[in-house]
Design a protein around this ligand. Structure first.
Ligand SMILES: [Fe+2]
Length: 255
């Protein structure tokens, strides 16, 4: 079978977006989650949930907010550039933002976890064997706890784009994976932060599982010159809204 080309996938993305736009224009309810069975994202066809979500009754312990204190997460864990004996290669940057609820209130003392590829676009993972170098000074995982204002901050390097096997010549836009907890353990939310101006946005079936442009754009970090440190690091802001109409778009748990 001839492998699918980017043109095939781009046409499918356009077709699916047009379909959902027309449904909404005809009065259908807006979707409040990414498109789970989004055919251009090939593996989602096999992995997406096929039944409606079921409300579960969590154990009592799960109803309480995850209570991480600053002492549970070492400060060094939020600096991905100091986890080894040398410094990682790449563009050093600060990524900072606030975790907010639907009413704009800070979500305090919450664990924020990130994971990402190195500056060459390579993960330390068995399944990532594409010919880009590993960086012995970069693992690509970090943790931080939000402060009283709901703020978090990481120091890291800018990840590179990387190929994946969705179709011939498929490349993911550069991104950092984020996990945050909402008000309980059962509300772990996972999303990705992207970088402004990435030429791969329009081509990426994962980015385009979010069918509305406005919501896709909310996943793009904002370059902030005030956050940029002289002679040291560029700065990007990425706020995360855990619920309400302006909520950040999160992935399905199984992804
Ligand atoms: Fe990734």
């Amino acid at each position: 079978m001839t492998p699918l080309t980017q043109a095939d996938i781009s046409a499918e993305i356009a077709e699916r977006h047009a379909y959902y736009d027309s449904r909404v224009a005809a009065g259908a309810a807006r979707l409040d989650s990414p498109l789970l069975d989004f055919a251009p994202y090939r593996s989602s066809i096999l992995r997406h949930p096929t039944k409606n979500p079921r409300l579960v009754d969590p154990e009592t312990i799960e109803l309480a907010s995850p209570a991480f204190g600053q002492r549970d997460v070492a400060a060094v864990e939020s600096d991905l550039t100091v986890q080894h004996s040398g410094e990682p290669l790449g563009e050093r940057m600060t990524v900072s933002g606030r975790v907010l609820d639907g009413d704009g209130r800070p979500v305090r003392h919450q664990l924020v976890e990130i994971w990402q590829a190195n500056s060459s676009g390579r993960y330390i993972h068995q399944r990532d064997q594409h010919p880009a170098p590993l960086d012995p000074n970069f693992t690509g995982a970090g943790r931080a706890v939000t402060n009283d204002d709901g703020e978090y901050a990481f120091t890291t390097i800018k990840p590179g784009p990387y190929p994946w096997k969705n179709h011939a010549n498929a490349w993911r836009p550069a991104h950092i994976h984020f996990s945050v907890f909402g008000s309980s353990f059962t509300q772990r939310l996972v999303t990705q932060m992207y970088f402004p101006g990435d030429p791969l946005f329009a081509l990426d079936p994962i980015f385009n599982t979010i069918w509305r442009q406005r919501d896709r754009e909310s996943l793009i970090g904002v370059y902030d010159h005030e956050l940029t440190s002289p002679e040291w690091a560029t700065g990007y802001r990425f706020d995360i809204v855990v619920d309400g109409p302006d909520a950040t778009w999160f992935e399905n748990e199984s992804e």
